[in-house]
Design a binder for this molecule. Structure first.
Ligand SMILES: *[C@@H]1O[C@H](CO)[C@@H](O)[C@H](O)[C@H]1NC(C)=O
Ligand SMILES: *[C@@H]1O[C@H](CO)[C@@H](O)[C@H](O)[C@H]1NC(C)=O
Ligand SMILES: *[C@@H]1O[C@H](CO)[C@@H](O)[C@H](O)[C@H]1NC(C)=O
Ligand SMILES: *[C@@H]1O[C@H](CO)[C@@H](O)[C@H](O)[C@H]1NC(C)=O
Ligand SMILES: *[C@@H]1O[C@H](CO)[C@@H](O)[C@H](O)[C@H]1NC(C)=O
Ligand SMILES: *[C@@H]1O[C@H](CO)[C@@H](O)[C@H](O)[C@H]1NC(C)=O
Ligand SMILES: *[C@@H]1O[C@H](CO)[C@@H](O)[C@H](O)[C@H]1NC(C)=O
Length: 282
């Protein structure tokens, strides 16, 4: 009988027998390997974010994601923002105020509260000001019902109050928007609702070196809130910086062995199979 054939059979037997073995990896490593499951999954949410299926140790404080009706959201200063896009490479996050989603009549009027200890504006944003309750003739939109009060509303694509008209408004709200969307609004190629729904971009200001080192060593990044320290979850155990070097699973078998470690794999299998395995591979 062809030894290759034999080894494959033993090999498959092993794979299906060890699913519950002692060699299973650290559950925190497995848990933190998964992105946040929310909605259609078109936005891949990983470290430093956590929430939903990712326990708090998979991310940093202040980066909790909630999933509401299939929409990933983040809370900052007690206000909810919808997450429209995340780019982990550039560490940017595109968000839109939930209270301004598809409307210019939020329940309450306040400027956009952001967590500037963790996030900064990305370049290319502009402040848009919405004015409410202006007793004047410049009314652009029909009345809004805001905070139990009916009021008219118009907007100006800048943050500084430049028009004397605004002194006759009862409130104003500053909302950041993308500069590109603001330009389309200037040229009347877009409506205010669309401009607001395109959101604005933030950058999170955590260094990326720590996590890159961990990921490059085969780990998943996390955080120990007891110690307030970064932690790198490896197959076997958490480490402070990176995973110790180890022979990875043989190329080609990696999908099957993603959660199993090779050392433990070779110890478990029958010695004869192990011999065949070596014969087959080396
Ligand atoms: C792993 O994540 C699941 C949720 O997906 C959770 O129920 C479980 O408690 C987590 N395990 C640990 C050890 O945190
Ligand atoms: C992230 O941004 C980089 C640089 O702009 C770009 O090359 C990459 O495609 C972006 N990734 C995603 C997921 O948008
Ligand atoms: C924009 O928002 C206003 C106020 O909420 C609403 O009356 C209007 O129908 C919206 N327009 C579009 C195109 O969605
Ligand atoms: C709502 O309106 C009341 C009075 O009508 C005012 O005292 C209160 O400050 C307003 N709240 C907000 C959040 O605008
Ligand atoms: C928008 O206004 C806020 C203050 O409300 C300011 O901190 C921020 O720098 C302004 N952004 C731009 C792009 O002008
Ligand atoms: C955090 O550190 C404490 C103390 O060293 C340890 O007991 C705990 O298991 C750690 N938690 C994680 C998620 O690494
Ligand atoms: C692999 O598993 C064995 C047995 O559980 C353990 O002793 C070893 O440290 C692990 N090695 C790696 C690199 O995960």
């Amino acid at each position: 009988m062809c030894p290759h054939y034999l080894s494959i059979i033993f090999f498959l037997t092993f794979i299906f027998n060890t699913q519950t073995s002692l060699c299973a990896n650290d559950i925190r490593y497995i848990n933190c390997s998964l992105p946040v499951y929310c909605g259609d999954q078109s936005i891949e949410i990983n470290y430093p974010f956590w929430g939903v299926n990712r326990p708090d140790y998979c991310g940093q404080p202040g980066f909790q994601i909630e999933c509401q009706e299939g929409v990933p959201k983040i809370n900052m200063m007690s206000n909810t923002f919808r997450i429209l896009h995340i780019n982990s490479t550039t560490q940017t996050l595109k968000v839109a105020r939930d209270d301004f989603w598809s409307t210019i009549c939020p329940a309450y009027l306040f400027n956009t509260p952001l967590d500037f200890t963790r996030f900064n504006y990305a370049p290319g944003q502009r402040n848009l000001t919405l004015y409410y309750g202006c007793r004047g003739s410049y009314i652009v939109y029909p009345d809004c019902f805001v905070n139990d009060t009916s009021m008219d509303v118009f907007y100006a694509p800048q943050s500084a109050p430049v028009d004397p008209l605004i002194v006759r408004c009862s409130s104003s709200v500053i909302v950041p928007v993308l500069e590109t969307a603001a330009q389309e609004l200037d040229q009347r190629r877009n409506t205010i609702n669309v401009t607001l729904d395109e959101g604005f971009e933030l950058q999170w200001n955590l260094g990326s070196d720590q996590c890159n080192t961990c990921v490059n060593s085969g780990g998943f990044c996390g955080y120990n809130s007891t110690e307030s320290l970064f932690v790198c979850f490896c197959r076997d155990q958490p480490n402070a910086i990176e995973c110790s070097s180890s022979p990875g699973p043989p190329a080609g078998l990696s999908p099957l062995l993603r959660y199993y470690n090779l050392t433990c794999f070779l110890e478990l299998i029958h010695p004869e199979t192990r011999a065949l395995y070596y014969l087959w591979h080396f």
